[in-house]
Design a protein around this ligand. Structure first.
Ligand code: B3K
Ligand code: ZN
Length: 870
């Protein structure tokens, strides 16, 4: 298995001007004809031969150049590469015919069948499973695609761009699509099937009408309204905030049930996992509504950040992903509460991305090498990449940042570029030197920032000393100081902010050295610092806050993130102390915590969405990430005990708030109603921690009476996680009965049971795998059961009999043959073995070893395994 390096990049030897594709669609034998107008790249060396990529599964039927058939001696085919050995002109036409079997394609990459309909997934390297092609993102061409299929079985035929011709005979029909914008092959898509569609129109800022279509199976037609609204909002937002207008006459989204990830931004024809597009109040939780909104926006924003300007090579993936995540984060922040969205984004980063960056797969946002690029669609490339763009935004300010993106889109429209090109635009508009800043792209690992302060009462001076360091990561032992923007505020003892030297209430410090000292003069008392407001840089901050200071910030800080974080750190203190004692500590809760939570509860209705976050204890995942050795049982019990004690100590308050948040109104999916439901359900889950039949009755009532999935499912979850196992069983059965025909609801039903921490979880999970609603070919189902069990049901997955680990290894070995991408993802929890005690380490390593020895592994699984065993 060979390693590909960024340093080996060379320009393509040949360019493609136009591609004409013709698909005769058939479930088991699809014939693909491609005609490429090619020319030698004047920038490449003139004696390079033509290389096309093609997967082993391609059957090559014929190859010709300028109308002349080539004999098989005219090429060499080896390891995905077809090298032409004949002499070529400056320009020529290459015609290639291949045969493929979509039905046998279980990897769900290239052309495959999802519930009987044809669809494609080409990013990153799926196009080479369709035909031989210079499948690399810096080869951009104009595509024309003709689809031919049986007209009864596949009445809808879609591809990128605009439909330009069609026709039919007795049995078949055909449609030709043309995409005028040159694009890399990874943005190609086609769909053929029996689909229904919701339609709308969007008038762009320049007055053009764009037809919007969202396709799904007929039974799901009533679940498309939210995605349509989200799409229109995204289009408007990108015009307003980035000045970007949509460029084709039609924008299509298709929902498919079999999909390896969330969605794909193919030009003019997005293909979505049903879970990221379908939404209806009866069947979809508020969280899923929000996910639909943000994924629709994300894929739409790619039309400029990704499609019009794309990546030169896959090492630049964060150029489009980091930037687009930043854009979708800002969009959601504008649509809802900016503080809430920031807290959610930081939570994901600090738990999952920090854990990735501390593990064996740690890599820079712009990686140096890979074996399988699919393994690099990571939280680091996406989420840390978005933080880098956010820091640029912070450093330059709103208006210069916008000038920078304008320049970027203008300068590079129609090109395939690098993260350096992106930063160069920011440098050009700001006249700043961002050379050091670019280390964020090349240096892996989470920086640590230690802060030591000192107050000199006689002089009235306060100094802050910042010391930064980054721990070594695989392949990168030496680390250099980063350019860290740190947003600082100081408070006096009355809770007022102290104006800083810039006359403002907060100041942006730029820490560029290993050590930086910042001094404030003319103070009358020792200030309380709020460091890293808004989480202005993706670092681990260490400052010895006292409990009083944290309570103080929880009360007075108006930066939403920092206020929330103060509350979390207060809880972290308590939880960590108990984790050290094994978790099952019954001593009384400290008064500071109870008092803080009481105030939060009393003021909760001012901002219910934020209150719900403030009142939620740090997750097991976060507590694990910040542990030196992860003690799964202690973490679980500590968290559970503190929850119960908080429920006990403030029982009346929880109940009052629960009732206050209850509503007689009909369901609405807007922000304020979502916030209300979120807070209401947080209260319910605390009340259920009391194991009292009174609250069981309350949950049962909510389950029975709610007219929406958010409340129904929250009630079900609360009961499933409670001690009332008989009631849980009944409710689960009732829920199954009610929703068994809704595949997405069944995913939730499966996931909820897979996460149930009660003893015996593994055998329950194994039973779920035999359940009729389960389907081992469907990635959503695999994730719902296997991934949920291994990532969320920590006490059972990490059971000391090692059976959880064995189970996962068995599944990986089985799944790697079917779908390597999903198999490689599922492997993650085992790769984190170094974080656990010796006994678990040994058990985990034994299973990794067993996977290695199981035989012929995919590049995907092999890469992750070998790196985690190194
Ligand atoms: N660009 C796609 C991800 C493709 C993953 C390929 N293994 C979705 C997105 O980030 O928008
Ligand atoms: Zn993306």
């Amino acid at each position: 298995k060979s390693v590909i390096y960024l340093k080996d990049y060379t320009v393509p030897a040949f360019l493609v001007e136009t591609v004409d594709l013709r698909f005769e669609l058939d479930a088991t034998a699809t014939c693909v004809e491609s005609v490429l107008r090619m020319r030698r790249n004047p920038q490449a060396s003139p004696d390079e031969s033509l290389c096309l990529f093609g997967h082993d599964s391609l059957e090559l039927l014929s190859l010709s150049i300028d109308g002349v058939d080539l004999p098989s001696s005219a090429w060499l085919r080896q390891d995905e590469v077809l090298r032409l050995t004949v002499q070529l002109n400056e320009t020529f036409e290459l015609r290639c015919v291949t045969k493929i079997n979509p039905e046998a394609n279980t990897a769900l990459e290239g052309l495959y069948l999802s519930d009987g309909m044809f669809c494609t997934q080409c990013e990153a390297e799926g196009f080479r499973r369709i035909t031989f092609y210079p499948d690399r993102p810096d080869v951009m061409a104009v595509f024309t695609t003709t689809l031919i299929a049986n007209k009864n079985e596949y009445p809808i035929l879609l591809s990128n761009g605009n439909p330009v011709a069609q026709g039919s005979d007795e049995t078949n029909h055909w449609v030709t699509w043309q995409d005028p914008f040159p694009k890399p092959a990874y943005l190609f898509a086609l769909v053929a099937g029996d689909l229904s569609c919701a339609e709308d129109t969007f008038i762009t800022q320049s007055g053009r009408a764009v037809k919007l279509q969202i396709y799904a199976e007929a039974k799901d037609l009533d679940k498309l309204g939210h995605a349509m609204e989200s799409l229109k909002q995204s289009m408007r937002w990108d015009e307003r905030v980035y000045g970007r207008e949509y460029d084709l006459d039609i924008y299509m989204i298709v929902a498919v049930d079999f999909f390896n990830m969330g969605a794909m931004e193919n030009k003019g024809l997005n293909i979505f996992n049903t879970s990221c597009v379908l939404a209806h109040p009866r069947t979809t939780t508020d969280a899923a509504f929000q996910r639909v909104e943000s994924v629709v926006a994300h894929e739409y924003f790619h039309n400029w950040s990704g499609n019009r300007v794309t990546c030169r090579d896959w090492f630049q993936l964060s150029l489009k992903e980091g930037f687009t995540v930043f854009r979708d984060q800002c969009f959601s922040a504008d649509m809802h509460s900016a503080a809430v969205r920031r807290v959610e984004d930081v939570t994901l980063l600090r738990t999952a991305q920090f854990a990735e960056d501390a593990g064996p797969m740690s890599h820079p946002v712009r990686p140096e090498s890979f074996i399988e690029i699919s393994n690099f669609y990571t939280l680091t490339v996406y989420e840390k990449g978005a933080e880098i763009v956010r820091m640029l935004h912070t450093l330059l300010g709103e208006s210069l940042f916008r000038k920078g993106t304008d320049l970027y889109f203008d300068r590079h429209d129609g090109q395939a570029v690098t993260t350096d090109d992106f930063v160069a635009c920011m440098e050009a508009v700001s006249q700043r030197d961002l050379t050091q800043f670019k280390r964020w792209y090349s240096q892996a690992g989470t920086p640590r920032l230690d802060v030591i302060d000192d107050y000199d009462a006689d002089q009235g001076t306060y100094s802050l000393r910042f010391i930064q360091s980054t721990p070594p990561t695989p392949g990168q032992t030496e680390k250099y100081p980063l350019h860290i923007p740190l947003n600082l505020a100081l408070f006096d003892s009355n809770g007022e902010v102290i104006p800083l030297s810039n006359g403002q209430s907060s100041q942006l410090l730029e820490l560029t050295n290993e050590e930086t000292t910042f001094v404030v003069e003319g103070l009358h008392e020792q200030p309380i610092p709020s460091l890293l407001r808004g989480f202005s840089a993706p670092v681990k901050l260490f400052y010895p806050y006292t409990e009083e200071q944290l309570s103080f910030l929880l009360t007075y800080e108006m930066d939403g993130f920092s206020r929330w974080d103060a509350g979390q750190q207060l809880a972290v203190r308590l939880l960590q102390a108990r984790i050290l004692k094994g978790g099952k500590v019954e001593e009384e809760l400290p008064k500071t915590i109870v008092a803080a939570w009481k105030v939060l509860l009393e003021n909760a209705s001012d901002d219910p969405a934020m209150a719900s976050l403030l009142l939620t204890l740090p997750t097991e995942a976060y507590l694990s990430e910040i542990s030196s050795v992860i003690d799964v049982d202690a973490i679980f019990h500590a968290r559970r005990t503190v929850r119960r004690q908080l429920a006990q100590a403030l029982e009346t308050q929880w109940l009052t708030l629960y009732n206050e948040m209850g509503s007689e109104e009909r369901y609405r999916p807007d922000s304020s109603e979502m916030a209300r439901r979120s807070l209401k359900n947080t209260c319910l889950s605390y009340l259920m921690a009391l194991d009292s039949p009174t609250y069981l009755a309350l949950a049962e009532q909510q389950f029975a009476e709610s007219d929406n999935m958010t409340e129904q499912f929250a009630a079900l979850s609360a009961v499933v996680y409670s001690v009332f196992t008989d009631s849980a069983r009944e409710m689960l059965d009732e829920f199954l009965n009610q929703w068994q025909h809704e595949s997405l609801v069944m995913n939730q039903w499966l996931a909820l049971q897979a996460a149930d921490p009660k003893a015996g979880a593994l055998s329950r999970v194994k039973a779920l795998l035999e359940h009729p609603v389960y389907d081992s070919r469907n990635p959503n189902k695999l994730r719902a059961v296997i991934s949920t069990f291994c990532n969320q049901n920590t006490v059972n997955f990490h059971g000391l009999d090692g059976e959880g680990y064995r189970f996962l290894a068995d599944k990986i070995i089985e799944l790697d043959k079917q779908n390597p991408q999903v198999a490689s993802r599922l492997l993650t929890p085992l790769t984190r073995w170094k974080r656990y005690d010796d006994q678990r380490q040994a058990l985990m390593k034994a299973q990794l070893q067993r996977i290695i020895e199981s035989g012929d592994l995919s590049g995907d699984v092999y890469e992750v395994l070998s790196k985690s065993m190194a």
